[in-house]
Design a protein around this ligand. Structure first.
Ligand code: FPP
Length: 238
């Protein structure tokens, strides 16, 4: 049972384990990604159902460019199909679609689909769905530093809020909860600045097996925690 007043506003997900899911079944890795994309659809709907405001999905990291060429090509093809198929759904469901990462490195047709999806959903007011594509947290921070310096700002005017406004996630609240599937317990360059006070939920479940029910379990686990942001527990205050 979820508490409606403790729903995390922003959830980030490191969707890991597609390859292993496929290999365990003697299937090509891309089949795992295909199943993974279907799972993303289910989790997006579940997030909307409980009133989550923003959902960031780590769909393709900068490091993923180093994968074998045919896996990168098929992942890009899958992304293209996904964007083509989902746009109408995003519009119907009131989803605001955004991306973070070095989008300029993606194939031109995908850049076009992203621009269209962002433009056509910008006026929506429902869930903000952020796809981290060609994304790396350190890279995002370096790009933000470069942009900030190029404004000629004087160092004593630099605050955390100002820096935040130069990140790809400008205007989006920090993630309250970050979920990682597949048994790995690492951040892997995901939302490094933004995740400073995030709660983490790790599960051995591989992403294609991560159901809506397990997503709700993760939310329940989050609701049982006490977030202190470095301060003392509420009961210890006098
Ligand atoms: C990690 O599994 C997953 C990826 C690198 C890609 C994630 C992509 C999808 C879920 C499909 C596209 C989704 C959207 C929303 C367009 P892995 O290959 O690293 O798995 P492994 O660690 O078992 O090898």
């Amino acid at each position: 049972m979820l508490l409606s007043d403790k729903i995390p506003a922003h959830v980030g997900v490191i969707m890991d384990g597609n390859g292993r899911w496929a290999e365990l079944r003697g299937l090509p890795r891309i089949e795992g990604h295909r199943r993974g994309a279907e799972r993303s659809r289910e989790i997006i709907t579940a997030a909307m159902e409980v009133g989550i405001k923003a959902l960031t999905l780590y769909a393709f990291s900068l490091e993923n460019w180093q994968r074998p060429k045919n896996e990168v090509t098929t992942l890009m093809r899958l992304l293209e199909i996904y964007l083509r198929n989902e746009l109408n759904e995003f519009i119907e469901k009131g989803i605001v679609f955004k991306t973070i990462g070095e989008i300029w490195r993606l194939p031109e047709n995908i850049q076009g689909l992203i621009a269209e999806a962002e433009a056509r959903t910008a006026g929506n007011t429902g869930l903000t769905l952020i796809a981290a594509l060609s994304y790396g947290g350190r890279n995002e921070i370096i790009r933000a530093v470069k942009k900030l310096i190029s404004t000629g700002v004087s160092p004593d005017r630099i605050t955390e809020d100002l820096f935040d406004s130069f990140l790809d996630t400008a205007g989006i609240s920090s993630p309250d909860l970050i979920i990682r599937t597949s048994g790995e317990r690492r951040i892997s360059n995901f939302l490094l600045w933004q995740g400073a006070y995030s709660e983490f939920y790790f599960t051995d479940t591989l992403w294609p097996d991560f159901t809506k029910e397990e997503f709700f379990l993760a939310l329940h686990d989050y609701q049982m925690r006490e977030r202190r942001f470095g301060a003392v527990p509420m009961r210890a205050k006098s």
